[in-house]
Structure formats: structure tokens, C-alpha cells
Design a protein around this ligand. Structure first.
Ligand code: F6R
Length: 234
């Protein structure tokens, strides 16, 4: 695992955006695994800016989102479908038919494999070490499935996205599994802000998979970069 720290989340996001744009240019058919949440917003902003300036051609790119809440109508403002449209898909010339989200009654892992797999997976990380919605206790061989969100995740997401009202946060989601994530060719995990300091510290000390800290699974992957900002880094 490689660690790169930037002074600000803005600088870090611009660095990752450059890598993504480079991949789009060198492989116009590339596939990205994408995260939602507060962390990648600046990254998506940087990609939108690049598109405005350079018309980078995303028309053949495929994207696979990590997760989606269950029991929210798909046009609800807090679904990850709406998030992605708002922050990225409406800002670039991506073909929406090639943007995928995990859904019930669908074999998402098979779909990803059959479309050639993921070249670059972007991850955030929860304060409890979750990646995707693989909460502590998620097995190393887990695939895309329905998951129960922990109370910690419900509280954090209530404060960030549901006006602090935990009743409004869905209690379940459908998420790529740890094994699904590890199949990506390359993984970049973003960790920004004070609230991620403890998890960045834990990531630095990882030597083996620990089921109570799902992001520890990344130690088993040959090409993982953890990108932090000063606030998340000691
Ligand atoms: C989102 C996702 C989650 C978030 C994590 C961090 O698609 O899979 O693992 O990356 O909860 O969320 P933020 O970025 O809001 O701190």
C-alpha cells in the first residue's frame, strides 16, 4: 500500500482527477469504480472542470458505483443515482447507459466481470473502516449483497446528508463486497478531514486482514494508493 499526502483535499482531488483523465485518454474504453459521499465531491468537481476546459471524451467509459441505499425511490435527492448525476454524470459526456449501480435481482459481480472488470476503483472510507458499505464483520470473500448499515454509519450519514435525522436514513443498502472491490486492477482510497485521522493511522499500521476493520483487506491488493490531506494525516 502506498500513501500519498497532500496539503489540502483540493490538491489531492486534482491529482486523482489528473490520473483519471489520463486513463480516459489512454484507454477510452476504461472502467471506473466510483464512490459517493462527501469525500469524492471535489474530485468530481475537478473532472467536470477538466471536461469544460478540454472536452475529455468520456463517451465510451463505463462506471460501476459501489453502493446504493435500499428503500429510497430512485429520484430521492439522497440516492447515489441522483448524487452521481448531480456531481459528475450531468457534467461530462458519459453515456448514461454505461453507468451501473448495484440493484436487487441482478448479479452485479457477473455484470462487472462480463463487461471487462474495473480498471480503477475510487474508494472513500467510513470512520469505522468500511469501504463501500462493507461494515465491520464483512467477510473477505463477500460479493455484492444487501447489507445492514451500522448505527455509526447511520448517524454519520444522518448528520451529513439527512439534516441530522437518523429516521430518514435507510437502514440497508446494496453494496459491492470486499472481494468485488479487490478485483479492480488499481485502487485509490481517499481520506480527507479530521474525522478520518484515526482510520488513516490504522491503515498505516495494517499488516493483515482484520474483519473488524474492512479497509484492512486492501493490504492484500497489489496496487493500492491511499491519498490523504493534512487534516487526515498526523
Ligand atoms: C460511498 C461509500 C462509503 C463512503 C464512506 C465515506 O459510496 O461507499 O464507503 O465512501 O462512508 O463517506 P464520506 O466520504 O461521506 O466521509
Amino acid at each position: 500500500m502506498q500513501f500519498i499526502n497532500f496539503k489540502t483535499a483540493q490538491a489531492a482531488s486534482e491529482y486523482v482527477a489528473k490520473q483519471m483523465v489520463q486513463l480516459v485518454k489512454t484507454n477510452p474504453n476504461a472502467s471506473f469504480g466510483l464512490a459517493t459521499g462527501s469525500t469524492p465531491i471535489l474530485l468530481y468537481e475537478a473532472l467536470a472542470k477538466d471536461y469544460q476546459a478540454n472536452q475529455t471524451n468520456w463517451s465510451q467509459i463505463k462506471t460501476f458505483n459501489l453502493d446504493e441505499y435500499l428503500n429510497l425511490p430512485l429520484d430521492h435527492p439522497q440516492t447515489y443515482h441522483v448524487f452521481m448525476n448531480q456531481h459528475l454524470f450531468s457534467k461530462i459526456n458519459i453515456n448514461l447507459d454505461q453507468t451501473y449501480f448495484p440493484q436487487l435481482d441482478q448479479n452485479y459481480d457477473y455484470l462487472i466481470d462480463s463487461l471487462g472488470g474495473i480498471d480503477l476503483q475510487i474508494l472513500g472510507i467510513g470512520t469505522n473502516g468500511h469501504i463501500g458499505f462493507n461494515e465491520p464483520g464483512s467477510a473477505l470473500d463477500s460479493l455484492t449483497r444487501v447489507v445492514d448499515l451500522t448505527q455509526e454509519t447511520i448517524n454519520v450519514n444522518a448528520n451529513k446528508f439527512f439534516d441530522g435525522n437518523t429516521d430518514l436514513v435507510p437502514k440497508q443498502a446494496i453494496s459491492m463486497g470486499i472481494s468485488s472491490i479487490l478485483k479492480a486492477k488499481k485502487i485509490i482510497l481517499l481520506a480527507f478531514g479530521q474525522s478520518k485521522k484515526a482510520v488513516v493511522k490504522t491503515l498505516k499500521s495494517i499488516t493483515k486482514f482484520d474483519i473488524n476493520f474492512p479497509a484492512s483487506a486492501l493490504i492484500l491488493h497489489p496496487d493500492v494508493t491511499i491519498i490523504s490531506d493534512d487534516e487526515a494525516n498526523e
